[in-house]
Each structure stands twice: as structure tokens, then as C-alpha cells.
Write a new protein. Structure first.
Length: 398
């Protein structure tokens, strides 16, 4: 479990006795469950359209992020129960009175595990469309969070200044278990233009079969130590160490992923798991980068934003995707990444509270300011970006 806590500065856990948890949202995917919740210490009196009064936490606060493997959903339920996150949920103002807590959720698991949340926690999952949430989450991050988007190539990270008046259109590539590619034209305006079934689930699934790794993080850590050239067939392997300069291929370009396994008189046990995972990561990342660019080319898009937990702040993954986009576009298009790439859907589900009667409580002016704590991007041992990342923002009623 990767838990990106961001409570009171200097503390690793939010103080639930002094503070207030407001609005939990979930994105339950095929591989991972992503959680986003908001905490603040300021309570004010509010009145809704029906004249009902009550207290709501408004003012400065922080978003908190956590994720769990979907196969270990009971760990997620225990986390919610222990931190009492569901007690900060809401009762739907437009629905009949009920003791059931309403929590916004998206992803296929919001249907698959709906009964389990009711049984274990008394939570009713109010389901939001997955693609709507992805786009809403991405738009929120790109508009509200300082230094959210960046490029990463050849080990160099560079933050991108986003002009809010010139954000659209762009291509959003969300790499989860599979990959969805969305052409985003504005707030709530998008079209799923393509996708591929070769995504994060492919990397994890094949990785488990080939290396016996027990977790996604373990597989990523292995790839960091591997050498794909032991298994991949390069242009130089075919042309006697030379470039194929006539068509612009260097000797180090991969001609065939896993190609050397054809001619090597070796069994699976003869290959290092590190090299296998590296080759697998390179193959999938290259493929996603190329398909993404080809779809951007279809619509004349120069900017491509990549999200999803497959990336996980992993330097080699980002570098491979960036090189692929750069190569196929001849430098005309750029791959850009998001600091909170794995939480787009969960953030979008959180934003959807404002569409269902809760706007009178806290969504008049949702994000007044936002800043980010920590900016470390690299390849820490677990393949994740800095666990000190958070979004701090001002939320108040006008």
C-alpha cells in the first residue's frame, strides 16, 4: 500500500481528533484501489437550498492520497474503518432520509464491491462514470495545482507552465490495467478516441508469470536493476553492431523485444528476473508511447498527458515513453506527466460531489488556491514518487 499522507506539516498522520475528514472518494480499478479524502479544521454553519442547517468543514485543508491492491480490498476497508474516513461522508441532500453514508466512487469495482462496502462499513457507493472522472481529475490538477505537469527525458525533469486559456485540446492517456486515450476539448467535453489492452495489468501479469514477483512494486524495483539488452534484439545485433542510418535507426534501437530469446539456447530460469522485467517494461512503455503519438497525430495534438499508476513516478518508464513520443513525432510532440498521475479518477469522483446537491456546502468556489509540498521525482526503491506529495488548498463558501 502506498499512502501519501499530508496532514499538518511535520506530522505523518492527520490528527482526526482535532481535525475533520470531509468527503472520501474512491476509484476501484481492476488492479488498484485509489482513495482521496479531504481534511480541514474549520467548521462553519451552512444552510442548503431546502433551508436545512448544519456544520461543514470549510477553509484551508489538504487532500490525502492512498492506494491498495484491489485483491487486498479488506486492507482498504480496514484503513477506512481505522481512520474513520467514512464518518466524514455525506447524506445525499436530494435523497430520502437514510442512515447510509454516501461515498462517491468510480471504476468497475464500484459495482463489483458495492455490497461489500455496505456490509462491512455501511457505505453506499454513489457511482460516477469512470471516463468523466478521469477527465475531471486531470482538468482539476492542470488548472489548480502549481507545478503539476512536467516533462521527463534523459533523466531531466522540467515543469511545464500551463496556460489555462490554452489548455485544450489535449490527449489524456490513462495507463491503468489497460490504457484509455481521451481527446479532451474542455470541461466535460471529451471523446475516447483509442486505447490498448497492453497496459499496467499486462506488465504486472506477465511479470508475475515470468519472474514470480508478488507485487507491482517488486516488479518495478527489479526493472530498475535490469539490462534489457540481454534479452532484446537490437538493430546492432542484426547489422553487426552498425546503425541502420538510411532509415534513422541507431544500433541501440530495439528491433525486437525479447528477440534474443529466439536464438539463445536458454531456458527461462537462465535469464535474470531483473533483465526480464526491464525488457517487459521497455516493451510496454514503448508501445504505449507510439500508439499515443499516432492518436495525437490523428487530431493534430501536440500535448499528451500521461496518467495512471503504471507510471508511478518511475524514471525509466517516463523516459521510455518520452523517447518513444519524441522519436515517432521527430521532436514535434511532447510527453508530459502528472505529479498525482494515479489519482485522476479518484479526484474526479471527489469533484462530482459538487454536482449532486453539495454545492451549497462547499463547492461554491472549490479551489481558491493550491500548492504542492515536495517535488521529488525519480526512482526510489519502491518505484513510487515522493510520498510527501499532497495538495493543500483553500475551500470555502461564498
Amino acid at each position: 500500500m502506498d499512502h501519501r499522507e499530508a496532514g499538518i506539516p511535520g506530522k505523518s498522520e492527520p490528527n482526526l481528533l482535532d481535525g475533520h475528514i470531509s468527503h472520501l472518494a474512491l476509484d476501484i480499478g481492476g488492479s488498484l484501489i485509489k482513495l482521496v479524502y479531504f481534511s480541514t479544521n474549520d467548521d462553519v454553519d451552512v444552510v442548503d437550498k431546502a433551508g436545512r442547517s448544519g456544520k461543514e468543514s470549510l477553509g484551508k485543508g489538504r487532500f490525502h492520497f492512498a492506494n491498495f491492491e484491489t485483491s487486498k480490498i479488506n486492507d482498504c476497508l480496514e484503513f477506512i474503518q481505522t481512520k474513520q474516513l467514512h464518518l466524514g461522508g455525506c447524506r445525499h441532500l436530494e435523497a430520502p432520509p437514510t442512515d447510509m453514508t454516501i461515498i462517491k466512487a468510480t471504476g468497475g469495482g464500484s459495482y463489483k464491491y458495492a455490497d461489500l462496502f455496505i456490509e462491512k462499513l455501511g457505505i453506499c457507493l454513489d457511482k460516477e462514470d469512470e471516463m468523466d472522472c478521469l477527465v475531471a481529475g486531470a482538468n482539476f490538477l492542470l488548472k489548480a495545482v502549481h507545478q503539476e505537469a512536467f516533462t521527463y527525458m534523459h533523466g531531466q525533469k522540467e515543469f511545464v507552465q500551463i496556460d489555462h486559456n490554452d489548455l485544450y485540446p489535449y490527449l489524456l492517456v490513462n495507463i491503468g490495467s489497460g490504457v484509455s486515450m481521451l481527446k479532451v476539448d474542455g470541461e466535460g467535453k471529451f471523446e475516447r478516441v483509442s486505447g490498448t489492452n497492453v497496459g499496467g495489468g499486462t506488465f504486472w501479469g506477465l511479470g508475475r508469470l515470468l519472474t514470480n514477483c508478488k507485487s507491482f512494486d517488486e516488479l518495478l524495483e527489479l526493472s530498475h536493476k535490469g539490462n534489457n539488452r540481454v534479452i532484446d534484439m537490437l538493430v546492432g545485433d542484426i547489422y553487426g553492431g552498425m546503425d541502420y542510418s538510411k532509415v534513422g535507426l541507431s544500433s541501440t534501437t530495439i528491433a525486437s523485444s525479447f528477440g534474443k530469446a529466439i536464438s539463445d539456447n536458454k531456458e527461462l530460469a537462465d535469464y535474470r528476473p531483473e533483465d526480464i522485467s526491464r525488457s517487459l517494461l521497455r516493451m510496454i512503455s514503448n508501445n504505449i508511447g507510439q500508439i499515443s503519438y499516432l492518436n495525437a497525430l490523428r487530431f493534430g495534438l501536440k500535448r499528451i498527458f500521461f496518467g495512471g499508476f503504471f507510471i508511478g513516478g518511475h524514471a525509466y518508464t517516463m523516459d521510455t515513453i518520452s523517447v518513444a513520443v519524441h522519436f515517432w513525432s521527430k521532436g514535434e510532440a511532447k510527453a508530459m506527466f502528472l505529479r498525482h498521475e494515479g489519482f485522476l479518477g479518484a479526484l474526479g469522483a471527489f469533484m462530482s460531489y459538487g454536482k449532486h446537491g453539495f454545492d451549497d456546502l462547499m463547492f461554491h468556489q472549490l479551489i481558491q488556491s493550491a500548492s504542492l509540498a515536495g517535488d521529488k521525482i525519480g526512482s526510489p526503491p519502491n518505484g513510487k514518487s515522493s510520498e510527501n506529495e499532497s495538495i493543500e488548498c483553500s475551500i470555502y463558501a461564498s
